[in-house]
Design a protein around this ligand. Structure first.
Ligand SMILES: [Zn+2]
Length: 527
């Protein structure tokens, strides 16, 4: 009896240890993950180039989504398509149990940003067409490469945990991630590792550099009455007058806003021709501020100003919420963990050709000529006085689950953003090497959390006791708001036949540069 009891005790003691003996140490797993990521360099490069060549605008990412989900399905991921009522959205999943780690990154591009890669001056692939003038073609290569590496290790060593991958659909319209949250896709997720193209290698926590804003994006549709503008103008009511009056009234308000307010507009319908009193006109606003209450009050003021402009002109108005985003707030525990991995991976080895392209482009556009960054960024304390800036609908996710946002170095510094110069590097060795480095950090950080469950607990501690201690998430979306899935349809269809001629064919060409016959780098003869 005594002997049997000891054997049982021994068995019970050893039971939790035995599987661990088969699992290499975290360090060994990390070394292996780096090696495996390097083995996938061609795969990563092809993904970067392929998505670059698709050049799809927000909500029209059909080829891109088909391509990425195809790869994931082929590799044993379970894919659910058309999530949250968005045809191009999906979620892919691999593994079992906790922790559930979600990767997310954007895949849409920018209107009119078509540009030949590797060419340091403006030369579109297709004149006027959309292009990856933000670099969203690289993030999926980063996340999918990392996910394939992790999957291999999880299989090999029977690691428990689940990897989920989401696409940022229509990020340029900040128009989908709040819908993912509303549909419950992050309810059981333990942490989110987002990745985004950058010219630096960095991560941040809390409000980071203080250059994030949240926003609502709203279109106001004014309805008047058409009439002959010369023969019977008194019979008409101009919807365009209402738009102009709204814009003027909004501008009078600007003086009284906090300095952290930002708002901008485009008139999306200004009528048809001058001799017809415009019966329909529309204006599209982004209202940005640093926090939910201030964004909400801008939104309410916008609605009031629109109503009063309508009343003053004898027209009527209704509005549609197109997008919304909380200002991102990132998790300190995950950021500190990720920072160590960024430092371990280090910057890519840039060649003279990479630097020559970067410097020639910086010179071409009149930016500071500094070439590419050579060092990773330190993890800084958050800015004391955030002043806001851009927005990203990952903000809504970051207020529901502990999240970080990896900035990986796949682009050239000092560029204007959202335009052709930001596309120049995005299918060149700069983007390929930067994406490889980004994939390593994604895989390494996921391994930290797969193997050290106490880190997951600490991340949630920070989420509950620091981040959301006094601030509680409330969506800008009402239950009736629907994703603007019809957006960009016409714009995309106009260019699709021309863009298709330039889709990357990896079965014939090693790189997209090779397919396009571009010498790398191509710079002006007298740079
Ligand atoms: Zn972006």
């Amino acid at each position: 009896m005594q002997k049997r009891f000891s054997a049982l005790v021994l068995f019970l003691l050893l039971a939790p240890i035995l599987p661990a003996q088969n699992t290499p140490s975290l360090d060994a797993l990390k070394r292996e993950a780096v090696e495996e990521t390097d083995k996938l360099q061609t795969f990563t490069q092809q993904m970067v180039d392929q998505i670059f060549s698709y050049s799809e605008l927000g909500f029209q990412e059909f080829e891109t989504s088909r391509y990425v989900t195809g790869i994931l399905e082929k590799n044993g991921f379970k894919v659910e398509k058309g999530i949250a009522g968005i045809p191009t959205a999906w979620v892919a999943s691999y593994g079992n149990g906790k922790p559930i780690i979600a990767f997310i990154t954007d895949e849409d591009c920018i209107p009119r940003a078509s540009q030949k890669p590797g060419v340091a001056y403006h030369e579109p692939i297709v004149e006027g067409a959309p292009g990856h003038g933000e670099g969203h073609n690289s993030g999926m290569a980063v996340n999918v490469t990392a996910a394939l590496v992790l999957k291999k290790q999880m299989e090999k060593y029977h690691l428990s945990g689940t990897i989920r991958i989401f696409p940022g659909i229509a990020e340029e319209l900040v128009a989908t991630k709040a819908f993912y949250v509303r549909a419950g896709y992050f309810k059981d997720v333990d942490l989110v590792l987002g990745s985004h193209v950058s010219n630096e290698f960095s991560t941040s926590y809390s409000t980071g550099k203080g250059n994030w804003s949240g926003l609502v994006s709203i279109q106001y549709f004014f309805h008047g009455k058409a009439a002959h503008a010369a023969v019977a103008p008194w019979e008409g009511r101009s919807a365009l007058d209402a738009v102009e009056l709204m814009d003027t009234a909004w501008d009078f308000n600007r003086e009284h806003f906090r300095l952290s307010q930002r708002s901008h507009r485009v008139i999306i319908n200004g009528g048809d021709q001058p001799n017809v009193v415009p019966s329909e006109a529309a204006v599209w606003y982004y209202f940005r501020e640093l926090d939910y209450p201030h964004i909400k009050s801008l939104y309410e003021l916008g609605n009031t100003v629109a109503e009063s402009a309508a009343k003053s002109t004898g027209t009527t108005v209704d509005h549609k919420l197109v997008g919304s985003a909380w200002p991102p707030f990132l998790n300190k525990v995950i950021a500190e963990t990720q920072q160590k991995n960024i430092e371990a991976v280090g910057m890519p080895a840039w060649t003279d050709a990479d630097q020559a392209l970067a410097k020639a482009l910086q010179k071409e556009i009149g930016a500071k000529v500094e070439g590419l960054k050579q060092k990773v960024e330190p993890l800084n304390d958050p800015a004391k006085d955030p002043m806001g800036g851009g927005s990203d609908d990952i903000g809504d996710i970051s207020w529901n689950v502990p999240m970080v946002y990896l900035m990986f170095p796949a682009n050239i510094p000092n560029l204007p953003g959202h335009s052709w110069p930001n596309a120049v590097a995005m299918a060149t060795p700069i983007a390929h090497k930067g994406s490889n480095a980004g994939a390593k950090v994604q895989a390494l950080t996921a391994l930290d959390f797969l193997l050290r469950p106490e880190l997951v607990t600490q991340a949630w501690d920070y989420f509950h006791n620091v981040q959301t201690k006094d601030v509680h998430y409330e969506a800008f979306l009402s239950p009736d708001d629907k994703p603007a899935i019809e957006f960009n349809k016409e714009k995309m269809q106009e260019f699709l036949p021309d863009l298709k001629k330039f889709y990357y064919d990896p079965s014939r060409y090693k790189t997209y540069l090779e397919q396009l016959g571009i010498t790398y780098p191509t710079v002006h003869a007298n740079p």
